[in-house]
Design a binder for this molecule. Structure first.
Ligand SMILES: Nc1ncnc2c1ncn2[C@@H]1O[C@H](COP(=O)(O)OP(=O)(O)OP(=O)(O)O)[C@@H](O)[C@H]1O
Length: 260
């Protein structure tokens, strides 16, 4: 019998890291994202999630290790924050064309794909957190990227909005087969469809598949049943100093305390 071909690799980071101003921001990151795969980065503040995402998007060059990208790889990026002048009137339609010219039809299709058609002529300033996030997704998807990088996509969105956004990410993955790299603002709860979770703290502390939320009484007790989410259980084989350094490692780190 023929073996099922493995998913096309979009990007591979091998031992990748960044040093800046004499500090190691993150190091030793091994990470592969294939077509249709969802990889989630978790870790405390300052643990190197954004730095790793920036190596993936190419905004930052690794100072150690390598980053390999499929030839012609297109990346869509949904930032954590968008620096726009909130005092100037700006419609959703205009926001979609700020960084590139797109036909009316393309804008319409991108907004429709994220369920935001009715927001086309709305003022960006008046959107709810979840609506704004959808519009940012549409803006990233308009280039039909092979890889979508989402920096804390559900931050500031309430529980039901969060579920709706995860459903949208799932739908985008299913329909476009884009690879997805997501930064989670939560240390324990990640999207259930996540194929691989990487827990960072200046380096990769642990990695694995998330456990199913429905099997976690602790989670159910806290939040009740929620669809589309899962608990990621941490299993680390090392301890950290108060500054985030691994006990037994002598070099300098930029991270913070991380309880194991
Ligand atoms: N351009 C830079 N120059 C120097 N240090 C930086 C730079 N960018 C980030 N850092 C530092 O690198 C470390 C990792 O930052 P990074 O933004 O990757 O963390 P993060 O896990 O995304 O944090 P958060 O959850 O707070 O967004 C932090 O200590 C940060 O202060």
């Amino acid at each position: 019998m023929l073996e099922k071909p493995s998913k096309e690799t979009l990007i591979t980071l091998s031992g990748a890291g960044v040093r800046s101003g004499g500090r190691t921001l993150v190091e030793g990151v091994d990470l592969t994202i294939g077509r249709g795969e969802i990889v989630t980065l978790i870790g405390p503040n300052g643990s190197g999630k954004s730095t790793t995402a920036k190596m993936v998007t190419g905004v930052l060059k690794p100072s150690m290790g390598t980053v390999w990208r499929k030839a012609g790889l297109t990346i869509g990026y949904v930032p954590q924050k968008l620096s726009i002048d909130w005092t100037l009137p700006l419609t959703v339609e205009r926001l979609m064309t700020l960084t590139g010219r797109h036909e009316d039809r393309e804008i319409g299709m991108a907004l429709e794909a994220v369920g935001a058609t009715r927001l086309r002529r709305a003022a960006v300033q008046e959107l709810s957190g979840g609506e704004f996030q959808r519009v940012l997704f549409a803006r990233a998807m308009i280039r039909k990227p092979d890889l979508l990088v989402l920096d804390e996509p559900v931050q500031g969105v309430d529980f039901s909005g969060e579920e709706a956004l995860y459903a949208l990410i799932r739908q985008i993955r299913d329909t476009t087969q884009a690879g997805i790299l997501m930064i989670s603002h939560d240390l324990h709860v990640v999207m259930a469809e996540t194929d691989t979770v990487l827990c960072l703290n200046g380096h990769v502390c642990c990695r694995g598949t998330p456990g199913m939320v429905k099997q976690s009484p602790e989670y159910l007790r806290l939040f009740g049943a929620r669809n589309g989410l899962a608990i990621y259980e941490h299993h680390h084989d090392h301890e950290h100093h108060a500054d985030g350094c691994v006990v037994g490692d002598e070099h300098e780190h930029a991270g913070h305390t991380h309880a194991h």
